[in-house]
Design a protein around this ligand. Structure first.
Ligand code: FES
Length: 291
């Protein structure tokens, strides 16, 4: 990771490389993994059903309500409305956090270190907002506002780290979105059909773009080889059957893609793999981008 000259980025770079956080990461990960064991629960929390990561969608509610409360707290006579918004934010923070932990448990160590501090900032914010609500309920309005503004600061710091995770460390992004731009146009020969192993995933490369090739008898499926989750090599993965359909399982975090169309069957990814068109010409297998 290149070292930025911005002071705040230098702080985040240090968090990325903070090895002393690793025992905490390991302990938290084991708890999260144990609690979120069922595949269906994990898929739901990742957002497989939505076709989009669920966590960033859910974050809109607590951030939106707490931001609105911060504005109302500066306006006289809006105490009950601000309290209502803060309470909604606190309630919505719980499912938001759970979906975030699910995603976090399937990241690389530098991402998990940043994610851990991101979560700590948000938990601090949630605690301060809860204390704010209690103070307001007892009639300590000024104290309640001070606690809420402190919570807002903590949540903004957490939000900054969440942005860093996505935009700098590429957690939650589609890692194969550039295939359409990189792959040459037209049919491309990738070898003799008969030379392909039958029933075993293998890799072919066209102008730097790796392809996953799975031949089963006279049928062949070709997908982008780099996993959309975090670029794991699908050709090192395993073939499986889900719902009567052939699928490939990523060797890194278990994302599962249907070979017939590249669709996501199981997360953590929510982005499908690109599936190439194929044809056999004089015994040679050719592929091209889908129309
Ligand atoms: S790289 Fe994470 S599931 Fe493939």
């Amino acid at each position: 990771m290149p070292i930025s000259t911005a002071p705040v980025d230098n702080v985040v770079d240090r968090i990325e490389n903070a090895g002393p956080l690793d025992p905490v990461v390991k302990a938290v990960k084991s708890v999260v993994t144990a609690l979120l064991k069922p595949q269906a629960v994990r898929d739901a929390l990742h957002g497989v059903w939505l076709g989009h990561p669920l966590h960033p969608v859910l974050t809109d509610v607590p951030i939106g309500t707490w931001s609105a409360a911060a504005i109302l707290d500066a306006v006289p006579g809006t105490g009950p409305a601000a309290s209502t918004l803060i309470a909604i934010g606190c309630a919505s923070a719980v499912p938001t956090a759970v979906s975030g932990w699910a995603d976090w448990s399937q990241l690389h160590p530098p991402q998990q270190r940043v994610g851990l501090v991101h979560a700590a900032a948000n938990v601090t914010g949630l605690g301060l907002y809860t204390a704010s609500l209690l103070a307001r309920a007892k009639g300590h309005t000024l104290r309640g506002k001070a606690l809420a503004y402190a919570g807002f600061g903590a949540v903004m710091a957490g939000g900054y780290l969440g942005g860093h995770l996505v935009f700098r460390q590429a957690a939650g992004t589609n890692h194969v979105a550039d295939t359409l731009d990189l792959f040459p146009s037209g049919w491309q020969e990738i070898g003799r059909f008969d030379d392909l192993p039958d029933g075993a995933p293998t890799k072919r490369t066209v102008e730097g773009v790796d392809l996953l090739v799975v031949r089963r008898g006279q049928h062949v499926d070709v997908l982008t080889n780099r996993c959309s989750h975090l670029s794991g090599p699908l050709s090192d993965g395993s073939f499986t059957v889900e719902g009567g359909q052939g699928c490939i399982v990523c060797p890194w975090h278990g994302s599962t893609f249907r070979l017939a169309d590249g669709a996501v069957v199981h997360g953590p990814t929510t982005s499908p793999q690109l599936r190439f068109e194929t044809r056999v010409v004089n015994g040679a297998l050719e592929v091209r981008l889908p129309a």
